[in-house]
Design a binder for this molecule. Structure first.
Ligand SMILES: [Zn+2]
Length: 161
């Protein structure tokens, strides 16, 4: 696949590989169009690098953009939709001015079912990669699990929570 101009995959200080800007970008400037393969919820695919496009439609990212890391304080966002021909599209847009050399990030905003620990290291890190709207539901779930574990302990039937 051709290399996208303006971005480069590098080893990341956040996690694994990441993507940095190789030039400055202005606020709201398009950084890259995502090349990807659209799929429906009921199709079996490799969805590890998939974007949610609209209800039931996802796009597996197949270019360098798939290496962009999550951050709870991102400098980019994804715009995505279905065009008039029914084709899914997505693009990476700068949320603020970005300088050459900065690592690009966007908020993965995973649903509760897919939430995983976050290591973005930003001051307001949600500790989990999760949609902010799902956070109250997540915290309630964790509180329930903690009290269930505590009850098991009290009865002496639990080993480890
Ligand atoms: Zn975080």
């Amino acid at each position: 696949m051709p290399k996208l101009p303006g971005i480069q995959v590098v080893r990341s200080s956040i996690h694994g590989y990441g993507v940095v800007a190789t030039r400055d970008f202005a606020e709201l400037e398009e950084i890259a169009e995502v090349d990807g393969v659209a799929w429906r919820e009921d199709e079996p695919v490799d969805d590890r690098y998939s974007l949610w496009i609209v209800d039931g439609i996802y796009m597996d990212m197949v270019d360098q953009t798939r290496w962009i890391n999550h951050s709870c304080a991102p400098n980019c966002e994804i715009e995505a939709d279905i065009d008039e021909n029914g084709n899914a599209w997505a693009r990476i847009v700068a949320l603020r001015p970005i300088q050459r050399g900065e690592e690009l990030t966007y908020d993965y905003a995973f649903p509760l079912e897919l939430a995983e620990p976050c290591h973005c290291g930003t001051p307001n890190c949600r500790t989990m990669i999760i949609d902010p709207d799902e956070l109250p539901r997540y915290q309630k779930l964790m509180a329930r699990r903690r009290s269930a574990a505590a009850r098991r302990q009290q009865r002496g039937t639990g080993t480890r929570g």
